[in-house]
Write a protein that binds this ligand. Sequence first.
Ligand code: ADP
Ligand code: NI
Length: 220
Amino acid sequence: MEKKKEPKRIISETEKYVRQAMGKDRSGHDWWHIYRVRNLALKISELEGGDPFLIEMAALLHDLDDWKLGSDGNFSRTKKWLEALKLPKETIFLLTEIISQVSYKGAGVETIPSSLEAQIVQDADRLDAIGAIGIARTFAYGGSRGRLIFDPEIKPEKHADFEAYKKNIGPTINHFYEKLLLLKDRLNTKTAGKLAETRHSFMEKFLEEFFREWNGIGET
Ligand code: ADP
Ligand code: NI
C-alpha cells in the first residue's frame, strides 16, 4: 500500500503543480499572484486562526479553476489534483468548498464565505487585487482581454448578479468602481481590513492623478 503523504509534502507537491499550471498566464493570475495570496493568507491566519493546512492548500489552488481563466465551473482540475494526492474525501470536500467561495461575483452580489478558512483566503485574494499590485494586475488583465484603458462615455456598472458581472466588457478604469474600491468594506477579517488601508488610499491617489492627466489639458 502507498504510504500516506505528510502535509508538508502535499503542500510542496501542490506548489510545484500550480507553479507549472499557472506559468503561462499573462492576465495577472500567474504563479506570483498565487504566491502572494498564500503568504497573505498565512499571515492573516496567524492572527485570526483557522486551519493552516486548509488555508495554504486553498490559497495555492484558488485560481486553478477560475471562470475568468476558462474553467468549466465544476472545479474539475482542482478535484482531480486533490484526488491524485489521495486526500480523504472530507478534506477534498472542505477544500473545494473554500475555493468555490473565494471569487468576486459582482458589485451587487454579496459573497460572505461560510468558514473562517474561506474568509481568510478570500481576504488574501482581495488584498492582492488592490494597491499598487492590484493596479498592475488590473491593467494586465484588461490588456490580455483587449479592453480599453478608459472611455469616459462608458459608465461603470453595478452588476445585479454574477451573470451580469461575467458579461461586462467595460474599460479597465471602470473595474476600480465596479470592484477594487469596494473591496476594503467587503473584507471579512480585522487583520485584512488593516492591511487594506494603505493599498486603498494608494488607488485613490492613482485615480486622482489619472484623471488630472486624462484630458491632456488643464494640467498645471
Ligand atoms: P477574484 O476571484 O476576486 O476575481 P482573482 O484572483 O481572480 O480574484 O483576480 C481578479 C483580478 O483580475 C482583479 O482584481 C483584476 O485585477 C482582474 N480583473 C478581473 N476582471 C477585470 C475587469 N473587468 N477589468 C480589469 N481587470 C479585471
Ligand atoms: Ni486570485
